[in-house]
Design a protein around this ligand. Structure first.
Ligand SMILES: C[S@@+](CC[C@H](N)C(=O)[O-])C[C@H]1O[C@@H](n2cnc3c(N)ncnc32)[C@H](O)[C@@H]1O
Length: 470
C-alpha cells in the first residue's frame, strides 16, 4: 500500500494515556474521523455506497478543505484496504473478527489505516481512535481498541506485509492481493486479462488505489469544451470532447451547470466514439442504446447522431433508470423497455450500443468498498443477462450495421468469453478490429477487441468489442 504524505490532523500532538485521551481533558471534537466512521458504518450496515454517502455527510457536517480531505482519505483508504487490514487485525485480536461488534471492527480498521498508511504519529492515531471508541461504543470497547491498535503499531506496513506474506515463501498472486488490497479472485482475473504478466498486474492493482482525475465530457456541437479549457481544465488525451477538471466542484463550471458538459470517464467517451466512428454501409437513420441508464454514453451518442440528422432511442428496463436518461439529456428519446422482449422490430437500427450490467471491476478506483463486496459468483450470475443483451443487440441491428458490446470490467468471463459464446451460437456477425476506431490510443491489446486500463490509459478498465452484422 502506498503511504500518502499527509499533515498531522487535529489532535496529532497529544500524548495518550494507556487507555487513550490525555488526563484531565475532554477529547476534542474530531469531525473528520466521525464522518469517516459514519461512512464505514453505512457501508457495512446498510450496504451503502461510500461515494454517495460521503458527499452528503460532508455537506451536512459542513466539512470543507483540509477536514473534508482528511475525512475522504480516512473513509476511502480504510474501505479500499479493509481486506488487508483484516488480515493484520486477525493477528492482533484474540478472537475471530467475525465475533466482534461490527462497529468495533470498523473502528479497528479505521485506526489501522491511520497507523499503516498515513503519516499520523502512532500515539495520535491510537489516542484518536480510542476516544472515538469511548464516545461511540463505551469504555470496554475503548480498552480493546487501545490494546489491539498498540499491537498493530508495533510494526510498519512493510513489516506486516512480510510477516503475512513473506517474499519467496508466498505465492506471488497472494502477495499482490495482500499488498495491493484486492481479493485474490480479482487479481487472478486481472492476470488472465493481462496475459499473465504479473509485473503489469501489479501496476493495474496499484492504479486502483489512486483517486482518478475528474474527467468531463463536453456536448458535441457546442462550445462547452473550449469554455472548460478557458476555465482551467486540461484537454483530454484522446477524446476530442474530454477535459480534465481544474479541481473543485465540477458542478460550479458553467457548461456543467447548464447541461452542456457532464462528468464522464474518458474511457466511456472512447467506446461510444468508436461505435459512432466505425464505418457502416448505406444511409443511416436510427441508432439504439438498449441498456442506457443513467444515460452517460447515450447522451454523447445522441448528440453525435443529432449532428448527422440521425435519431436515437435510449432504452432501459428500469423505469427509474429511463427517467435518469431523460434527466441526463432531455433531447434523447428515452423509453422503458426490456431489450430482451423489445418493442422495436428486428434489424431496425444502424448502430446499437449494448453497455451491459457487469461487476464494475474496471471502476474500482471510484468505488472503494466494491472490491470486497463483489463475489466471483457475480460473474456467473450476470453471464446470462450479458449474453442475452448482446444477442438482443445483434437482433436489433440491420445487416451491415454495427454493435458495440461494452463492459466496465476487464474480467474475461464477462468480456471475451461472452462475445465468443454469442458469436459461436450465431453465424450472422463478425468481429471488427475495434482498435482502428480509437485513433492514437496506445497499448490496446492484441485485438480485435479493446481493453482500456487505468494504469495504461488513466481511464476506467472499459472493454469494447465491435461486431458487424452480416
Ligand atoms: C452498465 S448500465 C448502462 C450505463 C450507461 N450506458 C451509461 O453510460 O450511463 C446497464 C443498464 O442496463 C439496464 N438493463 C439491465 N437489463 C436490461 C434489459 N433486459 N433491457 C434493458 N436494459 C436493461 C440496467 O437497468 C442498467 O441501467
Amino acid at each position: 500500500m502506498t503511504r500518502p504524505v499527509r499533515p498531522a490532523p487535529a489532535g496529532a500532538g497529544r500524548r495518550p494515556t494507556r487507555s487513550g485521551s490525555t488526563p484531565g481533558t475532554h477529547p476534542r471534537p474530531d469531525p473528520a474521523r466521525d464522518v469517516a466512521f459514519e461512512v464505514l458504518r453505512a457501508v457495512s450496515e446498510r450496504a451503502a455506497y461510500a461515494n454517495l454517502v460521503l458527499p452528503t455527510l460532508l455537506r451536512r457536517r459542513q466539512l470543507a478543505g483540509r477536514e473534508a480531505g482528511l475525512a475522504t482519505e480516512l473513509a476511502y483508504g480504510t474501505l479500499r484496504a479493509a481486506g488487508t487490514y483484516d488480515q493484520v487485525l486477525a493477528r492482533c485480536v484474540d478472537r475471530s473478527l467475525a465475533a466482534l461488534d461490527p462497529g468495533l471492527l470498523d473502528l479497528l480498521r479505521l485506526g489501522t489505516h491511520q497507523l499503516l498508511a498515513l503519516r499520523i504519529p502512532a500515539h495520535a492515531a491510537v489516542s484518536a481512535t480510542v476516544d472515538q471508541a469511548r464516545a461511540q461504543l463505551g469504555e470496554g470497547p475503548a480498552r480493546l481498541v487501545n490494546a489491539v491498535l498498540r499491537r498493530v503499531s508495533q510494526a510498519d506496513v512493510e513489516e506486516w506485509m512480510d510477516r503475512l506474506a513473506p517474499v519467496g515463501r508466498t505465492d506471488r498472486l497472494d502477495r499482490l492481493a495482500l499488498v495491493h488490497a484486492h481479493p485474490r479472485w480479482v487479481v487472478e482475473a486481472f492476470a488472465e486479462a493481462l496475459g499473465g504478466n504479473l509485473d503489469e498486474v501489479e501496476l493495474a492493482l496499484a492504479a486502483d488505489n489512486r483517486a482518478p482525475v475528474v474527467t468531463l465530457a463536453a456536448r458535441p456541437g457546442t462550445s462547452a469544451r473550449d469554455e472548460l479549457l478557458a476555465a482551467g481544465a486540461r484537454p483530454g488525451r484522446w477524446s476530442p470532447y474530454a477535459a480534465y477538471s481544474p479541481g473543485g466542484n465540477p458542478a460550479g463550471l458553467v457548461p456543467v451547470a447548464d447541461g452542456r458538459a457532464r462528468v464522464q470517464d474518458e474511457g466511456s467517451q472512447l467506446v461510444a466514439l468508436a461505435l459512432a466512428g466505425a464505418p457502416v454501409e448505406g444511409a443511416e437513420r436510427r441508432w439504439l442504446d438498449l441498456a442506457a441508464g443513467p444515460g452517460g454514453k447515450a447522451s454523447l451518442l445522441g448528440a453525435l447522431a443529432a449532428e448527422q440528422g440521425i435519431s436515437m432511442v435510449a432504452a432501459d428496463r428500469a423505469e427509474h433508470r429511463a427517467r435518469l436518461v431523460r434527466r441526463a439529456d432531455p433531447s434523447l428519446y428515452a423509453v422503458t423497455a426490456d431489450a430482451m422482449r423489445p418493442p422495436w422490430l428486428p434489424g431496425m437500427f444502424d448502430r446499437v450500443l449494448a453497455d451491459v450490467p457487469c461487476t464494475g471491476l474496471g471502476a474500482l478506483r471510484r468505488r472503494p468498498e466494491s472490491r470486497w463486496r463483489r463475489r466471483p459468483e457475480d460473474v456467473l450470475r450476470l453471464a446470462p443477462l450479458q449474453r442475452g443483451l448482446l444477442t438482443a443487440a445483434l437482433d436489433a441491428v440491420r445487416p451491415g450495421g454495427l454493435v458495440a458490446y461494452v463492459t466496465c470490467s476487464p474480467h474475461p468471463g464477462e468480456t471475451r468469453a461472452v462475445v465468443a459464446d454469442v458469436l459461436g451460437d450465431r453465424g450472422d456477425a463478425i468481429r471488427v478490429d475495434a482498435r482502428e476506431y480509437l485513433p492514437g490510443v496506445p497499448e490496446l491489446g492484441e485485438g480485435p477487441e479493446v481493453q482500456l486500463w487505468p494504469h495504461r490509459h488513466g481511464t476506467d478498465a472499459m472493454f469494447l468489442a465491435l461486431l458487424r452484422r452480416r
